[in-house]
Design a protein around this ligand. Sequence first.
Ligand SMILES: [Zn+2]
Length: 344
Amino acid sequence: MNKAKHWFMLCALLVFAGTAFSQNKGKLQIYFVDVEGGQATLFVTPAGESLLIDTGWPGGNGRDADRIVAAATKAGLSKIDYVLITHFHVDHVGGVPQLAARIPIGTFIDHGPNREASDTSTEQGYEAYQKLLATGKYQHIVAKPGDTLPIKGFSATVISADGNLIDHPLPGGGEENSYCKTSETRAADQSENARSLGILITFGKLRILDLGDLTWDKEMQLMCPVNRLGHVNILVVSHHGLFQSSSPALVDAIHPQVAIMDNGATKGGSKATLETFKSVPGLEALWQLHYSEEGGSSLNTQDALIANPQGPDHGYDLELTASQDGDFSVLNPRTGVSKFYSAK
Ligand SMILES: [Zn+2]
């Protein structure tokens, strides 16, 4: 390529990047990073503040931390303002040290002490995180149900933390929940999952729910007999789509328009959960980070809505862009195709 051509390409690229930036002005960006069956979801508000929910797994030469930093870079960030750790299982807190070594972080948010100290990998992940907090370089918030997180650009209300739940319906909730009848009662989960720090984000007309790995028994407590949440537009499917979560009492009652599942090829995406999502009232689309091998061709969502299909794994993410007026779209970077939704 000659010099003039080079300059032309560079200018075209800058114009394109500038256009992409101005188009996203005033919008909320969400990156569902593929951490192979863990969680790492990056929110960037129109005010330019960022919230990362969970950090994926440790090890692998920082594979998950690298993927998170790649998403942050794509979003134009040089720092992550808030990192929220839903609970201390290794697929959520494990990536913290590697992430902190790669990008500045402002504040960590969690539910308080690890409640599963008997589990070796959980305790190791928790201790590595505590060591980082002890450096004094970071702010630290222990969140409780009902708290509002101090992030500018949207409102984030804590729904669950350390096994506790909001004790009253939020605006938009308060109706009797008819789906409690169709949800079996299950024994209380004793693990860190049930301690998950879960939040509801309100951005203009949109309501977005992420409850971490909150378990079925806690969902029933939260949603029965009265639906304390009301309708949700965008659901980050709890617990990677494992069958220990996603009771009808939760998912049918909140009847999300769009659900996004952070499953891996062989973790999450349980048959029972995929079946549940086949009949959620009003659901326009289920997106998945991976094709679930357990789900097979009949239960997985359509190929266009899967970031990483069967075959070589490229670690593609999913990217959601939302406006205050309730319009949003989800991009599958693998195909380059995005789908548009309007708040209902
Ligand atoms: Zn998990």
